[in-house]
Design a protein around this ligand. Structure first.
Ligand SMILES: *Cc1c(COP(=O)(O)O)cnc(C)c1O
Length: 497
């Protein structure tokens, strides 16, 4: 299978190169030239397999330039080595007949990004080797909180790689900041940006687009790559858990063969939900994909009106990993909605860069609305949902997951659709203990670790060991910079050691 750039379909690479380069040279994103087929028989067979076996099967359809052995090595390293609780990266937790949560946060950093970012660092050096790339790989990542930590943890001390993470200094939770600034590893660095996530992401994109810098770094022996969800190596592993969740529903007898389900996804950069759309494209029986947003509801408006308009106020919310006004992966959806037109995709992305706005035509909008439903709620709505879900089911959800539960309730009220729905639960509630405690009407201790303890008392559920352990870990990274200084910080980081 080949990968094409969304902005120039004549640029064609295999998956190894798509993963090493992260983003195409002219700014486009790599997309598969076609989607592999997933039949009902495949689903039945996969249902009898473990998560790593399912992952191996799905990945082998997309990464066709890899041997089974190569993939097995990466998959086993990521999912069988005790890095996920019970070696299961994606257990389902069903609240009642209609609704199950897909808990994607049982990995080392307690957010869903671990599922892909435990795998990507294993794919990356192997992909570099396949491409004959001799340079050291320098991973540059902008984070709204969770990607950064998951990428640091994934790439730490991986030979032949270095990783530099930029996060918005005041745009992440205290626990997220602590997780990142205490990161261990010889090949890592973390810098706070005096700006928001979009500033950090735009800065990183500009660095990727800087040909002079690329040449300069190549002479020094480095090639830049990305661990953001613009990298195909992030998206492919995420397709797996949609299929796996469906298999688990089948195995549990909660659905019959071929029965469609909905997935509801708390969305920021549109990476997670896009993986669901690819799974559907392969043949997974999915009725609707519910796109849940917080007060930064640019996607809700887009899905309802066909007009994407980023010219609006940016809000810092209690679900910071969704505080995004430019959802990068939407570009891959646009490519599909425009009938795989690189020209139209490029024009829309150029319009977005120039004016902050682009508009779908009627045909594109109705194609979008056939597949996606958008809903949003503010912080008060999310807090209310956390409280109601806990009271009703004794189930604790984090603020991101709560936004999704709220969106699903709105969808059901608006449409009456009773299709079984899987809600993607993207973070451990302990990562956002302050918000969760407040939502439950509990007082919130000043100290981060007393908060964990308080929440344990309230819920009777132990906090993840990885978060508790941070108490003993020293802060290593205190540096901050302005968005304009990011290039220099990259140079400085790479000139060390
Ligand atoms: C990253 C993240 C999201 C958003 O996922 P996208 O792929 O960016 O849409 C939602 N919830 C949590 C907890 C996250 O870390």
């Amino acid at each position: 299978m080949k990968y094409l750039s969304t902005r120039d379909s004549s640029l064609e690479v295999d998956s190894a190169r798509a993963i090493v380069e992260g983003i195409s040279r002219e700014g486009g994103l790599f997309v598969p030239s076609e989607l592999p087929r997933l039949t009902r028989e495949d689903l039945e067979r996969l249902s009898g397999l473990s998560y790593p076996q399912r992952a191996q099967w799905v990945l082998s359809r997309f990464l066709t330039d890899w041997t089974g052995e190569e993939l097995a090595g990466c998959v086993e390293g990521a999912y069988c080595g005790g890095r996920f609780e019970d070696d299961d990266p994606a257990p389902l937790s069903c609240l009642d007949e209609d609704i199950c949560l897909l808990e994607l946060w049982h990995g080392p950093t307690c957010a869903f990004k671990d599922v892909a970012l435990q795998l990507l660092p294993r794919l990356m050096p192997a992909a570099a080797q396949k491409c004959g790339c001799r340079e050291e790989i320098a991973i540059l990542t902008a984070t709204s909180g969770d990607t950064g930590k998951a990428a640091l943890e994934g790439f730490r001390d991986v030979p032949g790689t270095r990783i530099l993470v930029f996060y918005p200094e005041d745009g992440v939770s205290r626990m997220q900041k602590r997780q990142m600034t205490t990161q261990a590893g010889e090949n890592v660095a973390v810098i706070g940006i005096r700006g928001n996530f979009d500033d950090a992401q735009s800065g990183v994109k500009a660095i990727f687009g800087d040909r002079a810098l690329e040449e300069e770094l190549r002479r020094e022996g480095f090639v830049l790559s990305s661990a953001n969800s613009i990298n195909w190596g992030r998206l492919a592993p995420q397709i797996v858990y949609y299929i796996s969740a469906y298999c688990d529903l089948l195995t549990a007898g909660r659905i019959g063969a071929g029965e469609p389900v909905n997935f509801c996804v708390p969305t920021g950069n549109f990476g997670n939900i896009l993986a669901g759309y690819y799974a559907k494209g392969m043949g997974l029986p999915v009725k609707m994909l519910l796109c849940a947003s917080n007060r930064n509801n640019v996607l809700t408006d887009f899905i309802r009106t066909g007009r994407y308009d980023r010219n609006r106020r940016f809000y810092a919310t209690t679900s910071p990993s969704m505080d995004i006004l430019i959802s990068s992966n939407l570009e891959r959806l646009l490519y599909l909605l425009t009938g795989r037109s690189d020209r139209e995709t490029r024009e829309k992305m150029e319009a977005l860069g120039r004016t902050g706005v682009y508009q779908l035509d009627e045909r594109e909008l109705s194609a979008l609305q056939r597949e996606f439903y958008g809903a949003c709620c503010d912080d008060a709505g999310a807090a209310d949902t956390i409280r109601r879900v806990f009271e009703r089911y004794s189930y604790l959800c984090d603020p991101h997951t709560a936004v999704a539960v709220n969106a699903w309730e709105q969808y059901r009220a608006a449409t009456g659709d009773r299709t079984k729905t899987v809600i993607l639960s993207t973070a451990s509630p302990y990562k956002f203990a302050d918000t969760v405690l407040e939502a439950l009407g509990e007082d919130c201790p000043e100290d981060d670790f007393q908060r964990l303890r308080r929440l344990e008392e309230v819920s009777g559920m132990p906090a993840p060991a990885a978060l508790r352990a941070l108490r003993e870990t020293e802060v290593r990274f205190r540096e901050t910079c302005a968005p304009e200084e990011m290039r220099d910080r990259v140079r400085r980081f790479l000139s060390q050691g």
